[in-house]
Design a protein around this ligand. Sequence first.
Ligand code: PAN
Ligand code: ZN
Length: 191
Amino acid sequence: MKLVPGTSFIEPFSVGLDLEAAVMEDPSRVTVRKASAMRGYYADPAALERLIASGDPIHYKVYEVPVPEEYGHLMYCISELEPGLVGDEYFMTKGHYHSVVQTGEIYLCLRGEGFMVMKTADGRVVAEPMARNRMVYVPPYWAHRSVNTGTEPLVSFCIYGAEAGHNYGDIETEGFGARMLRVGGKPELRP
Ligand code: PAN
Ligand code: ZN
């Protein structure tokens, strides 16, 4: 067998995914982001500080059994975003471009309701609805952020090229171009 430089050989394996319960059974890595990790992301920083002061609740968790972060491998995870509001803005993930910007991603929503908000570097913004059994295709070049507009956790199974990497810096500086706000009790994407 001839191995290709840059793509590690590993043993096959399987993991338990309970799609009904929307959980990964034995994740070996769980990334937790609390409200305090979201400073700078919401339109109402004072509301975020109140949330942090009231116990700094978990915002979202990402469950993984990681594979090598190399071309050829496929990374996958369960992403679980809690419901809630920061002022009038629904809880959301930080959002990112992939560092290898031509890497796409698939999100299969297992639970909850919300939106995948996607943007390009030249300012286009598109929001696709997320609900159980709905799949969102994030094409190459689009930054992506999930937003929970429901009352239960928004949980998705994601798959993407493992070489992708995460570029948070560009979103921190340029923002997302639009925010998902609660207006008259309903979600509305506002520039
Ligand atoms: C997902 C996200 C996950 C958390 O696995 O990383 O939903 O969102 P942030 O990374 O924006 O904090 C993904 O898109 N990976 O590429
Ligand atoms: Zn991604």
